[in-house]
Design a protein around this ligand. Structure first.
Ligand code: PLP
Length: 421
């Protein structure tokens, strides 16, 4: 459920008509709903209310610091994968003690930044990383809490670019070698082993891969405890999918996901961490755009909108689908016809949908790309020198610009012409 609905024939974010945001901020623009973000975070909490837990929002899904502050104030922890994300989480007021640091290529500078600023745990992805972190911690005179990410070799049955838990993926250490690696970690003076980490992929629409992976984690927990390790936390990653099409079978609910966790690892007495990103932010946002031209082609008509692949990359990167809906509610039974919805960027890949059935739209009409709150703005670029897309947060009947659209002057000011030119 989200808070983007038609009221009086016009699409609203909560109580704010999207037409008002378009008039005041311009298009393209991302619009997020406070009520939806709050609701989705609450569902994960509720799903784990049977145990000690921390829901760490995956910052890479939506890293605007207003969004992070909203979630952080609700009690969320943060899962970060870079020094930049760590800085964002801290700027949003999230204490270091609620931040976990994931990612296969953490640099020493990033590790130092997090140790100095405070960290709940590092999720270690390889032996070289583990040794580097220990060396650094020793040189700083501290011992840092770590979980080791294991690769359980399960097929998440999702898009290959977002599948991370198969043995051929670059993530984590093979689960078969885990006992050996934990033995080395325990002997490294800069590390304090606190748990195990796993993350098998994103946009999972079936609970079985989770069940399979978490059951393996449960077995590993018992084996590591028998080896003498203190395993007090299990970080189960993110990955629960969302409905990208309204007409589709909905993926499992957070409460059902929580039940799988309880059934597989609930008896171990571990604190449970999860790292949902898409499921909290995805359906809490839309990308609002305006039709620039309706171009009649041979055998197909193009709807050319002012948003492009640089603003929303998922369709061209993953072939992903986003429902596109007109902001003015079509009359019941209004005639629809097929359109290719495209952006202005000079690439054929700048296509959002082919042959989508839409009611007749005209230049100047507004459309909303649904389910765009996760992996939307964060992947935006200025390709074709299109200024970085702005973001707006709605709460009830008011809204705020939480990232302004840069002016051309601001965009150009980042470049410098050297004196010798
Ligand atoms: C991307 C990622 C997540 C979040 O995945 P979602 O599908 O957005 O829930 C969580 N943990 C790690 C380590 C990730 O890389």
């Amino acid at each position: 459920m989200d808070h983007f609905n038609y009221r009086d024939g016009s699409l609203h974010a909560e109580e704010v008509p999207l037409t008002r945001i378009a008039a005041e901020v311009g298009t393209p623009v991302y619009v997020y709903s406070t009520a939806t973000l709050t609701r989705h975070f609450g569902l994960f909490r509720q799903a784990l209310d049977w145990t000690d837990h921390l829901v760490c929002f995956a910052v890479k899904a939506n890293s605007n610091i207003a969004v992070l502050k909203l979630l952080g104030d609700l009690g969320a922890g943060m899962d970060v994968v870079s020094g930049g994300e760590y800085a964002r989480a801290r700027a949003a007021g999230v204490p270091g003690g609620r931040i976990v640091f994931s990612g296969v290529g953490k640099t020493r500078a990033e590790m130092r930044q997090a140790i100095e600023g405070g960290i709940r745990q590092f999720n270690i992805e390889s032996e070289p990383e583990m040794r580097a972190l220990s060396d650094l911690a020793v040189s700083m005179g501290v011992q840092v809490p770590v979980a080791i990410r294991v690769n359980p070799d399960v097929d998440a049955k999702t898009h290959e670019k977002i599948s991370t838990g198969k043995s051929e993926n670059k993530f984590g250490i093979p689960i078969a070698r885990a006992r050996e690696v934990y033995a080395e970690a325990a002997a490294l003076p800069g590390l304090k082993v606190v748990g195990i980490d796993v993350h098998i992929g994103s946009q999972l629409v079936d609970l079985e891969p989770f069940r399979h992976a978490y059951a393996k984690l449960g077995d590993l927990t018992r084996a590591l405890r028998a080896d003498g390790h203190q395993i007090s936390r299990l970080d189960l990653g993110g990955g629960l999918g969302i409905p990208y099409r309204r007409d589709n079978n909905a993926p499992p609910l957070p409460i059902e996901y929580g039940q799988v966790i309880r059934e597989t690892v609930g008896d171990l007495g571990c604190e449970i961490e999860i790292e949902p990103g898409r499921n909290i932010a995805g359906n809490a946002g839309v990308l609002l755009a305006q039709v620039v031209y309706l171009k009649e082609g041979e055998g197909r008509d193009f709807l050319i909108v002012d948003a492009a692949m640089n603003d929303l990359l998922r369709p061209s990167m993953y072939g992903a689908h986003h429902d596109i809906v007109p902001v003015t509610e079509p009359a019941p039974g209004a005639e629809v016809s097929p359109f290719d919805v495209v952006g202005p960027v000079c690439e054929s890949g700048d296509t959002f949908q082919k042959g989508t059935q839409l009611s007749r739209l005209a230049a100047g009409d507004l459309v909303a790309f649904r389910s765009a709150g996760a992996y939307g703005a964060v992947m935006a670029s200025e390709y074709n020198s299109r200024p970085l897309v702005p973001e707006v947060l709605v709460s009830g009947d008011h809204f705020a610009v939480i990232r302004a659209r840069p002016t051309y002057e601001e965009m150009l000011a980042r470049d410098t012409i050297p004196g010798w030119l």
